[in-house]
Design a protein around this ligand. Structure first.
Ligand code: FRU
Length: 495
């Protein structure tokens, strides 16, 4: 009997390990993933002493959301990440999203005054009861943290009140925290000179897209391209361009140290990214020359649980430098990859190509490496659709991820209807973003295994998308229903 039941248990175990086979073929090479277990939002992004630090919503014990703590990784170049021990473990409270600031003048009076001091302010979540803003400090560049013994530093006795993000506002000589009341579609701004005592400055909202709760806000001052001007941007996570699924939106306006005013009509909505896999992005703090850049969680709450990867679940996007650009549709957020992966000599280059139909870029061995950047500049076309196809060559049931431009609808798109594993219903869809008239038809595409990021028209159009191919892919250049005149095609292998 004993032997029988042991055998039974062993068989069960064998099956459950089989079901949980590792899926390293989908692990991106230059996008951060935790070695194992779950991640969602990036937290506490900061640059200090030559390192970029990424803290992240993390379940240290499992491959699903839970036990929310802050994981930690650092990088010198935003491409190679070294994972470090869990930074802020949960206690009775879950450690939800938040930020890290460098208290270079030790205004908080916490920790060792002789050592550099980092302050984390995050949401402490008491499930279904209360969310308030807590502080922890670190004197060792974020490796270990002490939770402040007089927490909370900010509470308004609300069940949902979260995701603080802090900047230092030079003009008013204070720290400004942006935090949201999710169900009221409202961002609040608080001011402080010591990072401990916070005073309400003003509120913003409801405006823009108010179909889903607001989360993870950030306030940024961004340069306007080709001018000496800067504008303030309030970015936040909410509903994206697809009904009832998450995404990010932004407002462009001014911030005077107290109030944020939106330049656009209240109803106007600006989406950050037209893919379904870009959420909760926040900017880095303390950057060189105050350069603004961020990265986001590259997954969606709609199917996060079902992401078919093991032993990790969840990944970050690449970092993107932010600015604003005057376009025929007004000021638009422009996102450019950081670092620039196209600085080196391209691994493949072609000029003035004329294409009809489809051309497999065969013989280019590096495309098998599955991490590459493709840049395509189009001259003119009378095709109905053109772009890049990633997929196998099968005649029946081919596997395909299609990325490109539709001339009829004037949309950029990533079509993942046939891209491989469909982790949840509705995943298999076309994600599309409207063309901004007056700009060139230029696309930059990064393919890093399961992640695909399209930045088109010099970064004023973004589509970020996952896909989980089952087969080995080739890369094809396609022009459907007409001719495509390509000014320039360049491909870089990312080593
Ligand atoms: C956004 C979010 C935040 C919250 C965190 C919890 O994805 O819901 O609002 O702080 O995730 O993990």
């Amino acid at each position: 009997m004993k032997i029988k039941s042991t055998l039974f248990i062993l068989t069960l175990l064998a099956f459950s390990t089989l079901a949980q086979q590792s899926t390293e073929q989908w692990r991106p090479a230059i996008h951060f993933t935790p070695k194992k277990n779950w991640t969602n939002d990036p937290n506490g992004l900061i640059y200090i002493n030559g390192n970029y630090h990424l803290f992240f919503q993390h379940n240290p014990k499992g491959n699903e959301w839970g036990n929310m703590s802050w994981g930690h990784a650092k990088s010198k170049d935003l491409l190679h990440w070294e994972e470090l021990p869990v930074a802020i473990p949960h206690g009775k409270e879950y450690i939800f999203s938040g930020c890290v600031v460098y208290d270079k003048d030790h205004v908080s009076g916490l920790g060792d005054p002789k050592k550099p001091l980092l302050i984390a302010i995050y949401t402490a979540d008491y499930p279904n009861t209360l969310q308030e803003q807590h502080l922890a400090f670190s004197n060792d560049e974020g490796l270990t943290w002490t939770k402040y013994d007089q927490n909370p530093v900010l509470s308004i006795n609300l069940k949902d009140f979260r995701d603080p993000n802090i900047i230092y506002h030079e003009a008013s000589k204070q720290f400004v925290m942006t935090v949201v009341k999710p169900w009221e579609y409202t961002a609040q701004f608080y001011g402080s000179t010591d990072l401990i005592h916070w005073k309400l400055l003003s509120e913003f909202g409801p405006q823009g897209d108010v179909d889903m709760i607001w989360e993870c806000p950030s306030l940024l001052e961004l340069p306007v391209e080709n001018s000496k001007e800067t504008k303030w941007v309030l970015a936040l996570s909410s509903q994206g361009p697809y009904k009832k699924t998450v995404g990010m939106q932004y407002f462009v306006g001014n911030f005077d140290g107290k109030t944020f005013t939106n330049d656009a009509p209240k109803e106007q909505v600006n989406y950050v990214d037209y893919g379904r896999d870009f959420y909760a992005a926040i900017p880095f703090y303390n950057t060189v020359n105050k350069e603004a850049f961020w990265l986001g969680w590259m997954l969606s709450w709609s199917y996060g649980k079902e992401q078919p990867t093991f032993p990790w679940k969840g990944q970050m996007s690449l970092a993107r430098t932010l600015s604003l650009k005057h376009t025929s549709q007004g000021l638009k957020l422009k996102q450019v990859l950081k670092p620039d992966l196209t600085k080196q000599k391209p691994s493949y280059e072609a000029k003035n190509l004329v294409l009809k139909g489809s051309k497999t870029l065969s013989g280019i061995k590096f495309l098998q490496s599955k991490t590459y950047v493709i840049e395509l500049k189009v001259d003119a076309t009378n095709a109905k659709q053109w772009g890049i196809e990633l997929g196998d060559e099968a005649k029946e049931n081919p596997e395909l991820t299609r990325i490109g431009f539709d001339e009829k609808s004037q949309d950029w798109f990533i079509d993942r209807r046939l891209s491989g594993v469909v982790p949840a219903p509705g995943f298999d869809m076309i994600q599309s973003a409207p063309f901004i008239p007056g700009e060139d038809k230029v696309m930059q595409l990064v393919v890093d295994r399961s992640t695909v990021e399209l930045l088109a028209q010099d970064g004023v159009v973004a589509i970020s998308s996952l896909r989980f191919p089952k087969k080995k892919e080739s890369v094809r250049l396609v022009s459907i229903g007409g001719e495509l005149r390509i000014k320039e095609l360049r491909i870089w292998e990312v080593k």
